[in-house]
Design a protein around this ligand. Structure first.
Ligand SMILES: C[S@@+](CC[C@H](N)C(=O)[O-])C[C@H]1O[C@@H](n2cnc3c(N)ncnc32)[C@H](O)[C@@H]1O
Length: 214
């Protein structure tokens, strides 16, 4: 594992319990995020490709109950073993495994959709084409990808400091144009894009992209 990935993994191991508390009911307070995820669920079910979806960079697994309540069968993967430990503890009805999104443990065209909720923003620019192609590899033609991300200028920043937990790592606030273009290059055609201004403690506007695998 390279030094950047090791730093990212170690930081998220430290953040796991912090996120478990801080984000436990966050979706309940975020109607825009529920709406985007709900649209993803509706379109994925309508595609009639099965209910199996992958929550890539699933963190504490907090999205799994929502996705299941909407009719999907999510499994989660995350770089951080501690995130996976917490996800298994807090959401025991679901499968969670340690994996890097740049090398997914899924067969080709094996899931009806992928959810990348604030998990693509750590990819350095040279890693993005192969990583997005790896997502496309796993999704059945006609299936869907949904991603939430911090929207910005695509410059690298150091994240994690504001938690006060002594962790930091590289993070990129991608421009919506770059996200859409790179997803298109990987084989995903945009179905919906949107965004909203920063709220509360958020340091950036939030971007959302929902795209269909060709
Ligand atoms: C901001 S958290 C979001 C977690 C979850 N999606 C949520 O919305 O609560 C980002 C997550 O992405 C994971 N992550 C970052 N890079 C990854 C990679 N290359 N492969 C798999 N997971 C990754 C981190 O370990 C972390 O759990």
């Amino acid at each position: 594992m390279d030094a950047r990935t090791e730093e990212l993994r170690a930081a998220h191991d430290v953040l796991a319990e912090f996120y478990a508390v801080r984000l436990a009911d966050a979706l309940d307070r975020m109607p825009a995020e529920r709406a985007v995820l709900g649209l993803f669920c509706d379109l994925t079910l309508a595609a009639d490709l099965g209910t199996s979806v992958a929550d890539v960079g699933c963190g504490t697994g907090r999205l799994a109950p929502y996705l299941a309540a909407r009719g999907l069968s999510p499994r989660g993967v995350d770089l951080s073993p501690e995130m996976i430990r917490v996800a298994r503890r807090d959401h025991p009805g679901f499968a969670f495994d340690v994996a890097d999104l740049r090398s997914l443990p899924f067969e080709d065209a094996s899931v009806a959709g992928v959810i990348c909720w604030y998990s693509l923003m750590f990819l350095a620019p040279p890693d993005r084409p192969a990583a997005f192609s790896e997502l496309a590899r796993a999704v059945k033609p006609g299936g869907y990808l949904v991603t939430a991300f911090k929207a910005g200028d695509s410059q690298v920043r150091r994240g994690g400091r504001s938690t006060g937990l002594g962790v930091e790592f590289d993070v990129y606030w991608l421009s919506p144009q770059e996200m859409e273009r790179r997803m298109a290059d990987a084989g995903f055609a945009t179905v919906f894009w949107g965004g909203r201004p920063a709220e509360g403690q958020e340091g950036s506007p939030q971007g959302y992209l929902l795209a269909r695998r060709a």
